[in-house]
Ligand binder design. Structure first.
Ligand SMILES: [Fe+2]
Length: 276
């Protein structure tokens, strides 16, 4: 997989459509939730964007962590979206979202065990081959660890991407949330992760509720996340950073400020064309 210099992008949400029209030049690429494109009409707004800038597709339902085989009907829909929007790559999570055909409605952690690593690697390699595009796997935030684990999360993610030859979508906000909630050093995590496999970074909002951090995607990006971004950019070739904002969408200027903060960090390490 060659390194793709997508720059600094924004997660596409319908509510952003109007603002995006007048700020197109400030966004290098868009990430689209693939599942929201399964309906033909919902995909129509995106056809035009796909002609204007690079698109990447983020999926929620491959459920790579489930013991069952990939849902063939789901994979067919994924491939239809790929054919239509021609994304640079696709991504999903190191998680399970469906068990025995029932949608869990959220991202559940996998067991960090030999067995689940082998299973997920097999499924991820299969999906990547059948989609004909790089598949990136994202680290999720999790409230609890499943029993039966024999390794740390970072080791499980590393082994899955190495065995499947997939890439990593590194969510630095999820790293912040997990490292705070589970009491580990985020820099040690970054030192252990094979950063040469990271193709894309997510930054997003999080909030402290009581004594726990929650990756709300509805608040500003916590400051330490930009420190992790700097640390990662200094030690890798990753050149594609995406801001996720799903709810409580503020004035575009606030999103632009977070994007330009990320862009300044990227510029310090990369010599690639960037917007803004
Ligand atoms: Fe994310």
């Amino acid at each position: 997989v060659s390194v793709n210099y997508l720059g600094v992008g924004l997660g596409y949400r319908r509510e952003l459509q109007v603002a995006l029209e007048s700020h197109t030049g400030e966004v290098d690429f868009l990430e689209v939730i693939g599942d929201e494109c399964f309906e033909d009409t919902a995909c129509e707004a995106l056809d035009l964007w796909a002609t204007r800038m690079p698109i990447v597709c983020h999926f929620l339902g491959l459920s790579l962590g489930t013991a069952e085989a990939i849902d063939e009907a789901y994979l067919t829909r994924v491939r239809t979206v790929i054919a239509r929007l021609r994304p640079v790559w696709i991504s999903d999570h190191l998680a399970m979202t469906r068990v025995q055909g029932v949608d869990l409605g959220h991202l559940s952690p996998i067991a960090f065990s030999e067995e689940s690593v082998a299973l997920i690697a097999r499924k991820a390699a299969d999906v990547q081959a059948r989609c004909g595009l790089p598949l990136l796997l994202e680290n999720i935030s999790y409230d609890f660890s499943l029993p039966g684990g024999s390794m740390k999360e970072v080791e499980a993610l590393t082994r899955v991407v190495q065995a499947s030859d997939c890439r990593i979508l590194l969510d630095l906000t999820n790293l912040h949330v997990n490292s705070q909630n589970h009491g580990y050093d985020p820099y040690a995590y970054l030192d252990e992760l094979p950063l040469e496999r990271v193709s894309q970074i997510h930054i997003g909002g999080a909030v402290l509720r009581g004594s726990s951090w929650v990756d709300s995607h509805a608040h500003e990006v916590p400051m330490p996340v930009f420190d992790y971004l700097d640390y990662t950019c200094a030690r890798s070739t990753v050149s594609s950073i995406l801001l996720e904002r799903d709810r409580a969408i503020p004035d575009f200027s606030e999103l632009a400020a977070e994007m330009s903060r990320a862009r300044d960090i990227l510029r310090a390490y990369r010599n690639c064309p960037l917007a803004g």
